[in-house]
Design a protein around this ligand. Structure first.
Ligand code: 13P
Length: 295
């Protein structure tokens, strides 16, 4: 079965009703795609049961600081965010600083409601990999989360689907929660290939590890750092497509030019469970407003 057929199957769960057909299409006991399609069937059969599950998904807003910050500016930013966050925030909040600041951030955030994570990890456990950082090292710094497969890693550093999948599996094996990123370029969207691309990226990870309690982030490449966010409808369409391939309780974040001013409309979509925030996570006031919008 090629990728286009997989996409078609997930788009049209009716085709998967026959278990014998499903077995033929997805041979092997542990094929994640069989499980995915079963979830899709479950959705069709029991909408009520599914919505009961859906309401259990908690909101998550993660700030990806990318390669920004200094000890001084990080301290000021965290101070302002901690002071401004609503006491009873209904959304989980995470910040992902550059590696050298994880120690500082872990010391500042220990005992607060904000969790922290890394922006990348090595797929290897240890060894002669100059410049790399392992999942165990990240875990030792108290990280709960790690971003995997960000489009900047894919495009600027040539990370392949297979490498991203290995990183995803390494994070899962270490007990970290990956925030696994998928997203299409503008050319791929304009060619009508969005679903094919995000399915391929997700499929590569599902081949290597169960999705479990990992978080998925849909980040259209054309919306990152451009000020051009996906419309709420565009985001919802892709999120719904991705959700059909996963357990209904997987959290799916939207990322790409989320700001205080557009966050509420995007987060109001039924399959959007929060956001992965770049530039706006570096401004305390903006970030706090985005967290509020996620509640
Ligand atoms: P911006 O919010 O700056 O568009 O970045 C999004 C992003 O890449 C988060 O990972």
């Amino acid at each position: 079965m090629n990728l286009r057929q997989i996409v078609a199957a997930v788009r049209n769960p009716k085709n998967e009703e026959d278990e014998r057909t499903s077995n033929r299409r997805f041979p092997g006991k542990d094929c994640a795609w069989r499980t995915a399609v079963k979830f899709s069937g479950l959705r069709a059969k029991s909408q009520r049961k599914r919505s009961a599950v859906v309401t259990r998904r908690s909101r998550l807003v993660a700030g990806n600081w990318k390669m920004h910050g200094s000890r001084a500016s990080n301290g000021a930013l965290l101070q302002a965010v901690l002071a401004g966050l609503p006491r009873e925030s209904g959304a989980e909040v995470v910040v992902c600083p550059p590696y050298p600041y994880l120690q500082q951030v872990s010391e500042r955030l220990a005992g607060t409601s904000i969790a922290w994570g890394a922006q990348n990890l090595s797929e290897h456990g240890s060894g002669a990999y100059t410049g790399e950082v392992s999942a165990a090292m990240i875990k030792e710094l108290g990280c709960r989360y790690v971003i995997v497969g960000h489009s900047e890693r894919r495009t600027l550093y040539g990370e392949t689907d297979a490498q991203v999948a290995a990183k995803f599996a390494a994070a899962r094996a270490a007990g970290l929660t990956p925030i696994a990123c998928v997203g299409e370029t503008l050319a791929e969207r304009e060619a009508g290939r969005t679903e094919e691309v995000v399915a391929r990226q997700l499929h590569a990870m599902l081949e290597k590890a169960d999705f479990g309690a990992a978080v998925l982030a849909y980040e259209p490449v054309w919306a990152i750092g451009t000020g051009r966010n996906a419309t709420p409808g565009e985001a919802q369409a892709v999120h719904a497509f991705l959700r059909r391939q996963l357990s209904p309780d997987v959290r799916i974040l939207y990322g790409g030019s989320v700001k205080a001013q557009n966050a509420a409309a995007i987060f109001a979509m039924p399959d959007v469970d929060g956001g992965l925030i770049g530039g706006a996570s570096l401004a305390a006031g903006e970030f706090i407003e985005i967290v509020r919008a996620a509640q």
